[in-house]
Design a binder for this molecule. Structure first.
Ligand SMILES: Cc1cc2nc3c(=O)[nH]c(=O)nc-3n(C[C@H](O)[C@H](O)[C@H](O)COP(=O)(O)OP(=O)(O)OC[C@H]3O[C@@H](n4cnc5c(N)ncnc54)[C@H](O)[C@@H]3O)c2cc1C
Length: 313
């Protein structure tokens, strides 16, 4: 490691040569540097005033980029249950206590080819995706981009269901899709510039009466990224009819996906069993798995079915 500067302002630039990288909680960055052997100069964001501040206003709730995942899980449970449940379900208590909202959105892919010190891929400066001809058991089931690995951010998936916006040092009001892109540039996990800092995430005002559920299908009990994950928000009227709903999934595509076909089937229903089954089946639409990821299409339907069952019970 070439050195660390604790920033006290987002635009502070130390007079050092070589590669500069930002660090928030460091849970992704430090592991990546350890496995790849990189030695950039680290710009630690934790000294910037307001980095982890949360503000509630009539226009919504603003989370400083440094708000920890554990804080999201605990403090936002009443107002933003879909986000809080997702936060509570990811990684481990130790990671959640340190990992931040900004770092979660901007973490790099978990693909083992990318993280391998002696292999190259699109995202590590190469010109191919070795997972395609190699092992891609944890790859995408919606094969829509050159890189075959899904985006790892669970919070991005949940933030999609709130149509949350993101501010950076360069721009404001970005959607999650503006930050993550669509995967068509296989060298990028996000579209922020090298000197651009994610500063805030803004959620709309809480939706009264919102119910939410989150479920992940995972290869072991915890401390692992999900194979497939899904989150659902619904607002129902007094007769139990769904007046608004949002469903998103992760682990299956180059970026987390909202599922409008599923949402359309649920909206106006009472979440009866037949509608839930049809909606879960609709989650498969457009899937075109890789040779090793066909199982994810089955898992996607089952995971969405589980999350819908949970939200109606
Ligand atoms: C066992 C395990 C299981 C996990 N399971 C999941 C899971 O299921 N779902 C999930 O989403 N995550 C999971 N994670 C990943 C974890 O959530 C991320 O490591 C964490 O969210 C990253 O946040 P951080 O603050 O530590 O980021 P850092 O490691 O500090 O940074 C991550 C990246 O973002 C950049 N960065 C950070 N903050 C900013 C900013 N404000 N502006 C610009 N660039 C920035 C850094 O330069 C770096 O490239 C898991 C991790 C572990 C160890």
């Amino acid at each position: 490691m070439s050195g660390i500067t604790i920033l006290t302002a987002y635009d502070e630039r130390p007079d050092v040569s070589g590669e500069l990288v930002y660090r928030a909680g460091g849970t992704d960055l430090q592991e990546r540097l350890r496995t790849t052997g990189g030695t950039p100069h680290i710009l630690d964001l934790t000294g910037v005033p307001g980095f982890a501040a949360i503000a509630h206003t009539d226009a919504g709730t603003t989370l400083g980029a440094g708000t920890t995942v554990a804080t999201v899980a605990h403090d936002l449970a009443a107002d933003y249950p879909a986000l809080a449940l997702t936060a509570a379900g990811l990684a481990t208590p130790q990671v959640r206590a340190t990992a931040t909202v900004g770092g979660n959105l901007l973490q790099r892919t978990r693909c083992w080819y990318f993280r391998h010190p002696h292999l190259s891929c699109f995202k590590s400066g190469g010109d191919s995706c070795p997972a395609r001809d190699g092992r891609h058991l944890y790859g995408v089931a919606f094969d829509t981009a050159p890189c075959a690995h899904p985006h790892p951010s669970s919070l991005a998936m949940a933030l999609l269901t709130y149509a949350a916006t993101v501010d950076t040092t360069h721009r404001s009001g970005l959607g999650i899709g503006d930050v993550l892109g669509d995967g068509s540039d296989p060298g990028r996990d996000h579209l922020l510039a090298d000197d651009e800092v994610l500063t805030r995430v803004t959620l709309p005002p809480p939706a009264p009466g919102e119910r939410a559920a989150y479920f992940r299908s995972i290869s072991r009990f915890e401390a692992e990224w999900p194979l497939v994950e899904a989150v659902c928000r619904v607002v129902r009227d007094d007769a139990g009819v769904v007046r608004a709903c949002a469903v998103a999934v992760g682990g299956v595509a180059p970026t987390p996906l909202r599922l409008p076909a599923v949402e359309d089937l649920l909206t106006g229903s009472t979440l009866d069993e037949a509608t839930v089954s049809a909606a879960a089946a609709a989650a498969r639409r457009g899937a075109n798995p890789l040779p090793e990821t066909g199982y994810k299409v089955e898992l996607l339907e089952a995971t969405v079915c589980e999350v819908l069952d949970r939200v109606r019970s």
